[in-house]
Ligand binder design. Structure first.
Ligand SMILES: *Cc1c(COP(=O)(O)O)cnc(C)c1O
Length: 398
C-alpha cells in the first residue's frame, strides 16, 4: 500500500550484509551461522533480512514460531530453518512437508512429535533443546535424555527409512553478555555432559549450538559448537555495551526512524503543549508537530525526555506524546516536511537505539521490535532506496 504519512523506518540492508560478512570472516571456517529473524526480524522485516543474511554467508534461519517459518517458506526461501519454540502436534506434519526443523523440549514433546508424524512425508528434522541454566525450555536430566534416546531408537528408525532425523543439540545461554563468565562456564560444562551422553550412544549430531550473539562474540570459549545463532548483532547492536571491545570489527546499526514536520508554529511564553499541559513554554518558542505517536511504538514514556534531530541539531520532545503525533521544540522556524530523525544520524549528531533503550530503562532489542506495523519499513541497499515495498528489493538492481 502506498504510504501517505511521512513516517517510516529505514532499514539499511548493506549494514546487515556487512555485519554478517564480518562475522563470517572472523569465525572459524567450519562454524555455520544461523541468522535469527524471529519477531519479523527484530522489527526490521524478516524476509528482506533473511535474504540479505543468506547472501552474506549465513546458512540457517532461526525463528520462534511456525508461522514465521512458513512466511519464509511461502516467500520461496529454501534455506534450513529451525523453530525455537514449542510446537503443538498439528504443526508436525507441516514441518515435515515444508522441511522445517523443530525443537524437542522434553520427553513428552518427543513422544507427541513421534505420534504426530506422517510416515509418507519426508522425515521430521529435530534439534533437542537442553536447559543448562536458562530456565526456559529443555530437558534437564540425563534420565530424560536416556528416555528420548531409547524412543528414538525404537520408533523412528524403520526399514523403509527413518521418520525422524536427529539433526542437532542445543541450549540457550542466560548470561553470555555478562563480564563474569562463571555461570556461562557452568552452562557449557552442563551442555558437554549431555553432548557426550549422546555421542556415547553412537548418535551422530550434525549440528551442535549454544551461542546467541553474546556467545558468538566469545566463541573461543565454546569449542564444540559448529553453528552460532546470531540475532541482535546482525542488526548492528551489541548484546551489552562492554562487549564492543571483544569484537575486532565494528557493527553497523541497520535501523533508523524518521518523520517530517507536519505543522510549525510560534507560541508565546506560558503556553501549554499537549495533554495535561506538562510542558509550558518558557519564552516565545517555535514548536513543531511530527506525525508519530505511541500507537506507532514511539513510547509515551519518552514524553518530555527524549530528543530528535532536525536540521542536524538536537530538538527536545515537549509535552506528552499522543497516540499519533508528538511535539518538539525547534531551534528555529523550519518549513513543513523538514526531515526529523528520531533514531539515526543527521550530520554530526546521532541518536542510537541504545540511547532510546536507556531512556526507557530497557534493552536495545525491544526498541525496533516495538515500532509497530503502522510504520512502513523502507529498505536501503547499495545506497539506493526502494519504493516502500520490500518485495521489490530483489528485483531491483541498484
Ligand atoms: C532470540 C534467540 C537467539 C538470538 O539471540 P541474540 O541475543 O539476539 O543474538 C538465539 N537463540 C535462541 C534460542 C533465541 O531465542
Amino acid at each position: 500500500m502506498k504510504s501517505f504519512r511521512p513516517t517510516w523506518a529505514e532499514i539499511n540492508l548493506d549494514a546487515i550484509h556487512q555485519n554478517i560478512h564480518q562475522f563470517r570472516k572472523w569465525l572459524p571456517e567450519k562454524m555455520q551461522m544461523m541468522a535469527v529473524v524471529k519477531a519479523d526480524g527484530y522489527g526490521h522485516g524478516a524476509l528482506p533480512v533473511a535474504r540479505e543474511a543468506l547472501a552474506a554467508g549465513a546458512t540457517w534461519l532461526g525463528v520462534a514460531l511456525m508461522e514465521e517459518a512458513l512466511e519464509l517458506r511461502s516467500a520461496g526461501i529454501t534455506a534450513p530453518i529451525l523453530v525455537f519454540g514449542y510446537l503443538p502436534s498439528e504443526a508436525i506434519p507441516v514441518a515435515q512437508q515444508q522441511g522445517i526443523a523443530v525443537t524437542i523440549t522434553d520427553a513428552a514433546s518427543f513422544q507427541e512429535a513421534c505420534s504426530s508424524i506422517n510416515p509418507s512425508l519426508p522425515a521430521l528434522k529435530f534439534h533437542l533443546k537442553v536447559d543448562t541454566g536458562m530456565g526456559r525450555l529443555g530437558i534437564t536430566t540425563p534420565a530424560e535424555l536416556e528416555q528420548i534416546i531409547a524412543w528414538y531408537r525404537e520408533h523412528t528408525q524403520r526399514k523403509d527409512g527413518a521418520v525422524m532425523l536427529w539433526e542437532g543439540l542445543f541450549t540457550h545461554l542466560a548470561t553470555a553478555d555478562e563480564e563474569d563468565d562463571s555461570y556461562l562456564r557452568r552452562q557449557i560444562n552442563q551442555f558437554e555432559t549431555f553432548r557426550k551422553q549422546i555421542m556415547g550412544e553412537g548418535i551422530d549430531l550434525p549440528y551442535v549450538h549454544l551461542a546467541n550473539s553474546a556467545g558468538t562474540i566469545r566463541h573461543q570459549q565454546l569449542p564444540t559448537m559448529n553453528l552460532v545463532r546470531i540475532g541482535i548483532s546482525m542488526y548492528g547492536l551489541y548484546p551489552s555495551p562492554w562487549m564492543k571491545h571483544l569484537l575486532p570489527f565494528p557493527l553497523t546499526e541497520a535501523f533508523s526512524l524518521h518523520s517530517r514536520l507536519s505543522f510549525i508554529k510560534q507560541v508565546a511564553a506560558g503556553a501549554g503543549i499537549s495533554y495535561g499541559r506538562t510542558y509550558l513554554t518558557q519564552e516565545e518558542e517555535w514548536v513543531g508537530t511530527i506525525p508519530i505517536g505511541y500507537a506507532d511504538g514511539w513510547s509515551r514514556a519518552l514524553s518530555n525526555r527524549s530528543e530528535v534531530l532536525v536540521g542536524g541539531e538536537r530538538s527536545k520532545v515537549i509535552g506528552r506524546i499522543c497516540m499519533d503525533q508528538c511535539m518538539i521544540r525547534l531551534t528555529k522556524p523550519y518549513q513543513r516536511n523538514e526531515l526529523v530523525t528520531l533514531i539515526g544520524r543527521q550530520g554530526k549528531e546521532r541518536i542510537s537505539i541504545d540511547d532510546i533503550a536507556q531512556l526507557l530503562d530497557t534493552i536495545n532489542y525491544e526498541i525496533p521490535c516495538q515500532i509497530g506495523k503502522r510504520v512502513p519499513r523502507r529498505y536501503v541497499k547499495k545506497g539506493c532506496q526502494d519504493e516502500w515495498e520490500h518485495d521489490r528489493i530483489n528485483e531491483q538492481e541498484c
